[in-house]
Design a protein around this ligand. Structure first.
Ligand code: AMP
Ligand code: MG
Length: 269
């Protein structure tokens, strides 16, 4: 069984995040030579990225969500290194601007979807609108409740337009978050990453977990699956995301397009 199948939230079933270990490394008895595996995976992904660009028929969209310090940035750094940056669109979603707020919540998201031939990576996403928004009552309950269905319909629309979507929830424990915050506090080169909000948001840990649990259960679909990645061990998190991306790209069975003319009939002077 591939990693993808192990970590998938099977559409139509319900997971409990509290029952999914954050510090395991399914499929590994001990820590492997992570660097060399990642290098090999990246090189295979880069070949398929080139093929996807040549074909220009479809796009790949990676959605990363996690609690603060969960490792979204680190995953992007470690897993996407080795890809051709020309074809990768990384987009972080922050508190919506006044203009974004004046539109429906998917407006800013849709604009950031990668064009055919390219990869897109969302650091936060449409899911913030059923997570932080829900935890902090930023809109009334009936408004965010209706969004799960809208997100599913939107993602279906994208996949019907040849955008393959993979969604990763980087699952860390509350203790691991504490360790990471303490580490950052002590490290002058990483201290800047902390914000008072991280301390404040930690108080809402259980509410966030509940919001995430609902999001992955309601929105893991056949067309846009959620994967819950045990993410206390950064090396496993990186390998898992890379492996699932690679498995997905390989399953696309892409082909180089035939030239639209017969090159042998052209004279090169
Ligand atoms: P960071 O990723 O640390 O730069 O923080 C971005 C912040 O923007 C986080 O606190 C998110 O919760 C917040 N954010 C992202 N999307 C939304 C949204 N749709 N509504 C409200 N806050 C959001
Ligand atoms: Mg932050």
């Amino acid at each position: 069984m591939g990693l993808a199948e192990k970590l998938l939230v099977k559409p139509g079933t319900k997971v409990r995040l509290g029952d999914i270990a954050t510090d395991t490394a399914p499929g590994f008895k001990e820590k492997p030579d992570v660097e060399s595996i990642l290098r090999e995976t990246a090189s295979k992904m880069a070949t398929l990225q080139y093929l996807m660009f040549a074909e220009s028929k479809r796009a790949l969209l990676i959605v990363l969500q996690a609690m603060d310090t969960g490792g979204k940035d680190g995953t992007i750094r470690h897993v996407m290194t080795g890809l051709n940056p020309a074809g990768v669109h990384v987009r972080s979603f922050k508190v919506p601007s006044a203009e974004e707020m004046s539109h429906d919540f998917l407006w800013r998201i849709h604009q950031a979807v990668p064009p055919k031939g390219d990869f897109g990576i969302f650091n936060r996403s449409q899911y913030e609108d059923v997570i932080v928004v829900r935890v902090h009552d930023l809109v009334p309950r009936p408004v965010w409740k209706a969004r799960y269905e809208m997100i599913n319909a939107f993602e279906r629309h994208l996949t019907q337009n040849n955008v393959t979507i993979l969604k990763f929830f980087l699952h860390i424990s509350k203790e691991e978050q504490k360790r990471r915050i303490l580490d950052r506090m002590k490290d002058p080169e990483r201290c800047w990453k902390l914000s008072p909000a991280d301390f404040e948001e930690r108080k809402y840990w259980d509410d966030y977990q509940e919001a995430y649990e609902d999001a992955v259960n309601k929105c893991s679909t056949d067309w846009a699956p959620w994967y819950v990645i045990p993410a206390d061990r950064k090396w496993f998190r990186n390998l898992a995301v890379a492996e699932i991306m690679l498995e997905t790209l390989q399953s696309m069975k892409m082909k180089f397009p035939k030239p639209s003319f017969d090159p042998s009939k052209l004279k090169l002077r």
